[in-house]
Design a protein around this ligand. Sequence first.
Ligand SMILES: Nc1nc2c(ncn2[C@@H]2O[C@H](COP(=O)(O)OP(=O)(O)OP(=O)(O)O)[C@@H](O)[C@H]2O)c(=O)[nH]1
Ligand SMILES: [Mg+2]
Ligand SMILES: [Zn+2]
Length: 358
Amino acid sequence: MIATQLDLSDLGYSPFFSSQLDQIQRPGLVPARIAADGPGIYALLGCRAPLGELSGRLRHELHGTERPVAGDWVAVADDGERAIIHHVLRRRTAMIRRAADSDVTAQAIAANVDVFGLVSSANRDLNPRRIERYLSAVWDSGASPVIVLNKVDLVEDVWPLLECIEPVALGVPVVQVSALTGEGIETLRTHVGPGTTLGLVGSSGVGKSSLINRLLGVDVQHVSTIREDDARGRHTTTRRELIPLPGGGVLIDTPGMRELGLIEDEGGVDAAFADIAGLALACRFNDCRHETEPGCAVQKALVSGALTKERLQSYRKLQREVAAAERKRDPVLAADERRRWKTIAKEYRALEKAKGRR
Ligand SMILES: Nc1nc2c(ncn2[C@@H]2O[C@H](COP(=O)(O)OP(=O)(O)OP(=O)(O)O)[C@@H](O)[C@H]2O)c(=O)[nH]1
Ligand SMILES: [Mg+2]
Ligand SMILES: [Zn+2]
């Protein structure tokens, strides 16, 4: 019993989740963490059954991003072989993106991640615009970011790359690593430990799976060489997967993303561009659009070179993207969500009434 509890806390189980389980009025349910999500079937960690499926009710009730994804904590009836998932516990963090094939559908990438490592490769053109986009998504998710510059063994001098990252990092830690030589791996390791979850995201071929293997000390994840002509990856990892670290902590490997479309506005873009938000405080007008207004501190920073045109453009582009996504929200899904909340509110009111009668 004690051993199981220790395992669960190593996997990230905390009072945030156990208090939710305590509130479920159904005896016999145990917690488990989703290790991988396939269509209709889930790999589980922390319970006896290795696999689970949604209960009939959840299959009916949960839509889109509400469905469990890698990293979610769920309450299951565990028969030791095939567990039935009865509840998805509220998420502490959730990385949501716009599904690649749609401009309205949101897709959850991973849940309950504490730290996202944004992996870029030193041998390819490092793209600060991409880092800004990823940072916005991570801040939106509720997790914290670490910028991971991998393959530093391939460059003589990392300084130009670090100089390119610095203006967009705004204090976010930057770790220089090489999955090949092991350089920097111990620094990366400080971002994961018992109870914490580190997810790696980034384009295909940047070395996410290689870094996971390095952190584990054994080759568990499949890796393959990048294409010679354009140095791009081959989309080797095809599903999101949780891998427990010996000694505690959890790693999440994810498939390389072609694009990370922003779909939510939880303030992530403003957090990723806190320098511009800070400048705006000094504009003469509160509603300054930083265009031609007199006394605009943002325009002044552009002139002095403290802010680049590219960064301001990128800020505006991402702001427009989240605003458009909010407007275009899938109306069917939104209605479904509203209906569900109505039901919950109704149940809650009935409960309160019953309490009053006692
Ligand atoms: N030189 C060098 N090569 C590396 C390093 N890390 C990874 N590689 C190589 O880069 C290629 C791609 O690595 P993967 O780990 O498969 O990349 P990935 O990010 O998991 O790619 P996807 O699964 O497709 O998203 C492999 O040939 C690795 O051996 C590194 O630090 N230095
Ligand atoms: Mg991979
Ligand atoms: Zn202004």
